[in-house]
Design a protein around this ligand. Structure first.
Ligand SMILES: Nc1ncnc2c1ncn2[C@@H]1O[C@H](COP(=O)(O)OP(=O)(O)O)[C@@H](O)[C@H]1O
Ligand SMILES: [Mg+2]
Length: 449
């Protein structure tokens, strides 16, 4: 199926955003593997990213008293979420039925009557849509909606998830000056949830200004993996075109630079990102051909925090805008609250869904020879392991003797890191990794933030 919705409306978007959307919708790696077969209730497949162009987004203006509203105090807002005393409440077009009772029980003004005509196009996540007012693509923002169908598991955005996402986005925004230089964030600035439907909220996420202005280009990491339907993945193209560049890319960018970022976040800030191939994006040169060593992270729902370490380092605690008891608990089960578990999940996401997936791309592709020619026959997971171990030695003076692949023995490495963490917490020192470093990659980013 293809061509549902309005293709022309996409031309209202700035070029860099349009290019990103094209990849988000057509270079997904195996979206079906994330889906539940025959979900109940069924999901209207016209709204899957691959099937859907721009559609009009149902949007209602509803009195503020009917909502819990959350906003990050200092973060520039993604969009106007209030029209006077009314909340602007968008609803996923496939899920309007679920809100019908709420809509009829409160006094509602249809957004269109108010002159608010919004276009929406799904991103790779399906429930998160890029949204913009008709004729004004430069004002685009992301809206993460609640999905009631179980197509991707439970995709409802509860009140707690909203508070968690906005609170942590705010904390990260406030820490911007000290966070590793090679990582930026798509900030989640607002969230609203009906008091009568506390599991059916919406989060508003900003599109980076640099992207709207066309100063940067971004590619989600999954686009380096996708090799389906006769299309080569970007990584395969790189391997075939210029193996040295490809090797340089994975060694310097995906291994060395990301190891530095991950370690700095984990041990310097107690921040554990959910770093799979959909949540991480890479900057690329304006022609889209060459990756730069700058990562972007989206999705604060998946961010876990090591509060104990933050306390030891005298960093901002959980008393952010909405410090209810379990607001910043993650995934909702007690075991996950241990630092060990948060670390392992975060690291394993990257090792499995990014690096191991790339190793498989190389193995499966005709480009195996090219990889050999690139003077590295080593698994990418092993290259990353070496880089991460070397960094721990350099920064914390603690080294492991054995040269093993962390992907194969993640618990062993996390056990070792827990010793380092204990020392860091005892000393209460902030990691030297916090200082931005000159990056060794072949290509330098064009703009500094
Ligand atoms: N390579 C991928 N890895 C993980 N999720 C993917 C990938 N490609 C597509 N997805 C989709 O993205 C969804 C996760 O994104 P989600 O958390 O819903 O939104 P967002 O990241 O915008 O907050 C998954 O449920 C899956 O449907
Ligand atoms: Mg995500």
């Amino acid at each position: 199926m293809s061509g549902f919705g309005n293709k022309d409306a996409l031309n209202q978007l700035p070029d860099a955003l349009k290019a990103l959307l094209d990849v988000e919708r057509h270079d997904l790696n195996d979206l079906r593997s994330f889906q539940t077969p025959n979900p109940n209730p069924p999901f209207d497949e016209r709204y899957l990213p691959i099937n859907c162009d721009a559609v009009s987004l149902p949007c209602y203006l509803i009195e503020r008293k009917h909502f819990f509203t959350y906003s990050a105090p200092r973060t520039p807002p993604a969009c106007d979420t209030f029209a006077g005393e009314r909340v602007v409440f968008p609803v996923h077009p496939a899920e309007e039925g679920h809100y019908s009772r709420f809509i009829t029980n409160v006094h509602v003004i249809d957004g269109v009557q108010f002159g608010l005509r919004l276009w929406a196009v799904p991103t790779s996540s399906t429930r998160t849509m890029l949204v913009w007012p008709d004729g004004n693509g430069r004002s685009a923002y992301f809206v993460k909606t609640s999905l009631f169908s179980n197509i991707f598991g439970n995709r409802r955005i509860t009140r707690r998830k909203i508070a968690h996402s906005i609170g942590l986005s705010s904390l990260v925004f406030d820490s911007k000056q000290t966070l590793p230089a090679g990582l930026s964030f798509f900030h989640e600035t607002h969230g609203v949830v009906p008091r009568a439907m506390p599991d059916a909220g919406v989060i508003f996420r900003a599109v980076p200004t640099e992207l709207k202005k066309g100063e940067i280009r971004l590619l989600p990491l999954f686009s380096f993996l996708n090799a389906k339907h006769g299309r080569m993945s970007l990584f395969q193209k790189m391997l075939l075109g210029n193996p040295c560049n490809a090797v340089n890319f994975f060694e310097q960018c995906l291994c060395r630079e990301f190891a530095r970022i991950w370690l700095s976040l984990a041990l310097g800030h107690g921040l554990l990102i959910e770093c799979h191939a959909q949540n991480l994006l890479l900057e690329v040169t304006p022609d889209g051909a060459t990756p730069l060593p700058r990562f972007w992270y989206r999705d604060f729902e998946g961010l876990a925090v090591d509060w104990e370490l933050r306390r030891a380092l005298s960093l901002q605690g959980p008393k952010m805008p909405y410090g209810e008891d379990n607001t910043y608990a993650t995934l909702g089960y007690p075991h996950f609250q241990s630092a060990w578990c948060k670390w392992k999940i975060s690291l394993y996401q990257y090792l499995h869904f990014v690096l191991h997936a790339l190793d498989r791309v190389v193995d499966e592709s005709q480009a195996l020879e090219a990889r050999r020619a690139g003077a590295s026959c080593m698994r990418i997971t092993r290259v990353f392991s070496r880089q991460l171990r070397r960094l721990v030695g350099e920064e914390y003076g603690l080294a492991e003797r054995d040269d093993y692949d962390i992907y194969e023995q993640p618990s062993r490495f996390i056990r070792f890191l827990m010793h380092v963490r204990r020392d860091v917490m005892r000393a209460g020192r902030t990691a030297t990794l916090l200082a931005p470093r000159h990056c060794q990659c072949a290509h330098q980013p064009q703009s500094k933030r």
